[in-house]
Design a binder for this molecule. Structure first.
Ligand code: AMP
Length: 301
């Protein structure tokens, strides 16, 4: 079983109170696939420019990540620059240069078209829709991320892809904006009318909330002494969540709850170091140790 992800592979420039990097390999699909590869095989579809070297691609090497769907186009790789204040939720985007991403039309290689587990990372909803149109048969689970920009500028296109989405994974402000409702539970009810059966609300240092039609489940963020760079926490969460679900035979409520914890585990590792450094050298053993830490953190009689 393998998990298909379509999304950005980027060069990021990052600035936090703990340091600065001028150029590191990032992008939603990068964080997602590295995190998910600890649980399952990942098929990555995206685009990079001719400035993306073999050394840059090394982050995908030696893992269960098939990058044969990572297109190489003429021009520069997508570039994103962000700065954080002492409050990790306080992020300022300094630059978004689409470069080769502006003409990207995802082509799903033939061998990935029967994928049963699919994650559409934050890109233009029209492209997300075009990915699903190339899939043969009915996927078991389609997860989707989006952002304020698409909610505001392409609402009709976003609604169209939401009709084909099972799990929507967004943050709290995006939830409120999409539903036009401040209360998160009521917002979830509005979102269910658009298609998804499950809403995962990523709340940064406040943890994550899963709202399902008949039940709600919450996981706190692990209290950490070292939070150096929040970049990619949401996508690493997504990789842990979807990767775990792709690795189990059935999509039960219990599996969804465990996926929430694995997502939180991967998000917690991501923020401890800059860029993908926090997740790239992990082992399944360290992941499971931290999973146990979450159990101790939340257990009471
Ligand atoms: P996260 O911190 O999980 O929200 O994701 C951060 C990653 O998203 C960074 O590595 C960026 O390269 C990437 N990113 C930022 N803006 C966009 C965008 N507009 N489209 C696609 N990816 C983006």
């Amino acid at each position: 079983m393998s998990l298909l992800v379509v999304g950005s592979v980027a060069f990021d420039a990052l600035e936090t109170p703990f340091g600065k990097v001028e150029r590191t390999v990032g992008g939603a699909a990068t964080y997602f696939s590295v995190a998910a590869s600890f649980f399952t095989h990942v098929s990555l579809v995206g685009v990079v420019g001719d400035d993306f070297t073999a050394e840059d691609a090394a982050v995908f090497k030696g893992r269960r990540i098939d990058i044969s769907g990572l297109e190489r186009a003429q021009g520069k790789t997508f570039f994103w620059a962000g700065r954080y204040g002492i409050d990790p939720n306080d992020r300022v985007t300094l630059a978004t240069e689409l470069n080769v991403f502006s003409t990207f039309r995802p082509q799903i290689p033939e061998r990935f078209r029967k994928s049963k587990h699919i994650f559409l990372a934050n890109i233009d909803p029209t492209l997300q829709r075009s990915v699903l149109k190339q899939i043969d048969g009915q996927p078991h689970i389609v997860g989707l991320d989006t952002m304020n920009y698409w909610i505001e500028s392409t609402p009709a296109e976003l609604r169209e892809i939401l009709r084909h989405t099972d799990v929507l994974m967004i943050n709290d402000s995006e939830t409120r904006m999409l539903a036009n409702e401040h209360n998160l539970l009521r917002a979830a009810r509005e979102i269910f009318k658009l298609g998804p059966t499950t809403l995962v609300i990523k709340r940064g240092e406040h943890g994550a909330l899963l709202v399902h039609k008949d039940w709600v489940f919450a996981v706190p963020a692990l209290p950490l002494e070292e939070v150096h760079d929040p970049t990619g926490a949401g996508d690493s969460f997504g990789g842990g969540f979807m990767g775990y679900l792709a690795s189990v035979p059935r999509l039960t409520d219990a599996a969804l709850r465990r996926a929430m914890v694995y997502g939180s585990v991967m998000g917690s590792f991501a923020v401890e170091q800059f860029g993908v450094d926090g997740i790239k050298s992990l082992t399944r053993e360290r992941i499971d140790d931290r999973y146990a830490e979450f159990r101790r953190l939340t257990h009471f009689d």
